[in-house]
Design a protein around this ligand. Structure first.
Ligand SMILES: [Zn+2]
Length: 187
């Protein structure tokens, strides 16, 4: 009997490290943490990112910002959400990153095949109809990923709370090739 019965069928097949009977996914992860902690050698690391950079990226499961950018533990702040959208909460994190923890550069990463391209603001209306409450947040869906990266760069650059806005760059990660394509902010 599969312990992933509540997940879509493809998830069962895609996970070679299937849980032992009776384990939840979280149980498995907690077990992995015990092995991680047994090998842990990063005590005493500085909380201020060594490369003074903050990365804002989509939460997409196919995007590993650390691996894609050659980043190591301690190098950067990583801020992720659906779409890699620069929301007020991302501005909150970037403000703390720059003012309290010394980062100076911002890298924004959207990607090809993002789920946000197939959503619309109708998502909110449907939610409201279903649960009887309208979410305070915008869905921030987009049609044109390049344009959304430009808008995200603009939101960071024009935020009054940022200390450093001279090195804000935006990219689209190709989930088929692993390559980043830089977006020209001026277009
Ligand atoms: Zn995405």
């Amino acid at each position: 009997m599969s312990t992933f019965a509540h997940l879509p069928a493809e998830s069962t097949e895609a996970k070679p490290v299937a849980a032992r009977t009776g384990d939840s996914v979280t149980d498995r992860l907690v077990e992995a943490n015990q092995e991680y902690a047994a090998r842990f050698q990063n005590a005493g690391m500085d909380a201020r990112p060594a490369l003074k950079v903050a990365v804002v990226a989509c939460m997409d499961a196919r995007l590993d910002p650390h691996a894609a950018l050659g980043l190591e533990l301690g190098d950067c702040h990583t801020i992720r959400n659906a779409g890699g959208v620069v929301t007020d909460d991302v501005i909150r994190s970037l403000t703390i990153s720059q003012r309290a923890l010394g980062t100076r550069s911002v890298i924004l990463i959207h990607h090809t095949g993002c789920g946000m391209e197939s959503l619309t603001e109708d998502f909110r209306h449907e939610l409201e109809e279903e649960v009887g409450q309208r979410p305070a947040w915008a869905v921030e869906a987009f049609r044109d990923v390049d344009q959304d990266v430009r808008q995200s760069m603009q939101r960071v650059r024009t935020s009054p709370f940022m200390l450093h806005t001279d090195d804000v760059r935006g990219f689209v990660f190709d989930v088929a090739t692993g390559l980043l394509r830089e977006i020209d902010p001026a277009k």
